[in-house]
Unconditional design. Structure first.
Length: 346
């Protein structure tokens, strides 16, 4: 093939520059056009956008802990923890503070800079929140960033979490508004947007993303990314999960997603939200090292790290460290607000 002409080169450079602009007005057609690019062109654009704002060889690692497991009143069709499905999961009460602190310390000692605590609640009660606030304080005292995912939040609850110095709140859109009703019926897509608005308005970093491989169409994936990218502010963290199929749930046995389509979705997320962390989330146990390497090339720069997600397995930390070594990736270190005492006391 002939080399690119000067004007083709200029056009390409211009396209790549435009990928570095923060926009909140993406049309569905534009997003579908990105998905439709030749794979190499898409990855080139995503990698270029990534390099403009991030160290391309750095990966942020968060460790998860389920602080309250199972018996959830919601009917999320993917979830091991819904009381509506027989998934043979042992339910557990809210963990005591000392167990949470021990798990966070172990995660920190293995190199995680963020500890993410998840609870199987539709929403926390104010008394639940008192306990979680103690946990957040204790984990911050270990010098780690904190994230919690507790279900729906009121504005007042979000403010309480901000006041204790919570760094991130995770609440996923999960899928497109159009496909949503096929997956969850006990709360609406709008409920999710409302919780995210409460978190954002309280000034907490938003962590919001999705699950791929639930039987959704390519248009659903584009619409889901459009919803995330057209929020008033991009979520600072965007977890992209691949469905972990759980026996007993309605989504068990659904046709999985083509791995290259998954990589494309990461690349499009990176281009649409160039300043956000894009997390290669659940499902890594089912991915080859090579597929994960492609996801990093496509702009993923964060993972869940440690042997356990919430109720299912994740690659072990040694394997991940070896993979990072083979790829020349280094793990990001914790950066907490300089003045910890402002929000949290001495
Ligand atoms: N109960 C809270 C809620 O739903 O917001 C917090 C915990 S919930 C388990 C957090 C997120 O984990 C879900 O929104 C979903 O995106 C993801 N998740 C749960 N089960 C999953 C599965 N089997 N495979 C992939 N992602 C999953
Ligand atoms: C997110 O997007 N993925 C995490 C976290 N946020 C809370 C949860 C993944 C759960 C995978 C299935 C399980 O372990 O139960
Ligand atoms: Fe409950 Fe969260 Fe699981 Fe839905 S995803 S069933 S709200 S724990």
């Amino acid at each position: 093939m002939a080399p690119l002409s000067l004007s083709q080169n200029a056009e390409r450079r211009e396209l790549n520059m435009s990928d570095n602009v923060i926009r909140n007005d993406w049309s569905l057609e534009e997003i579908q056009a990105l998905f439709g690019l030749p794979f190499n062109d898409l990855l080139y654009r995503a990698q270029t956008a990534h390099r403009a704002r991030f160290d391309p060889n750095q990966v942020q690692v968060s460790t998860l802990l389920s602080i309250k497991t199972g018996a959830c009143s919601e009917d999320c069709g993917y979830c091991s923890q819904s009381a509506k499905y027989d998934t043979s999961l042992e339910r557990e009460k809210l963990l005591p503070l000392d167990e949470v602190v021990a798990a966070a310390r172990a995660a920190r000692d293995k190199g995680a800079n963020r500890f993410c605590m998840g609870a199987a609640w539709r929403n926390p009660t104010d008394r639940n929140l008192d306990k979680v606030i103690e946990m957040i304080q204790a984990v911050r005292d270990l010098g780690m960033q904190t994230c919690v995912t507790l279900g729906m939040l009121s504005q007042a609850q979000a403010q309480r979490l901000k006041d204790v110095g919570l760094d991130y709140y995770n609440h996923n859109l999960d899928t497109s508004p159009e496909f949503y009703g096929n997956v969850i019926t006990t709360r609406t897509f709008q409920d999710r947007l409302d919780t995210l608005a409460h978190v954002r308005d309280a000034g907490i970093n938003v962590c919001s993303g999705s699950i791929l491989g639930m039987g959704e169409s390519g248009t659903d994936r584009a619409r889901m990314l459009q919803e995330l990218a057209n929020m008033p502010q991009h979520p600072q963290s965007v977890p992209i999960n691949m469905l972990v199929q759980i026996e007993g749930t309605p989504l068990f046995g659904v046709d999985g997603i083509d791995p290259l389509e998954f990589v494309r979705s990461i690349a499009v997320a990176r281009i649409l939200m160039p300043a956000s962390y894009v997390r290669l989330s659940a499902g890594r146990n089912e991915m080859s090292d090579e597929m994960q390497a492609l996801c990093f090339l496509a702009g993923a720069n964060s993972v869940f790290y440690g042997e356990r997600l919430l109720t299912t397995d994740n690659p072990d930390a040694n394997h991940d460290r070896q993979l990072f070594g083979r790829l020349g990736l280094h793990m990001e270190e914790a950066e907490l607000e300089a003045d910890h005492s402002v929000c949290c006391g001495p």
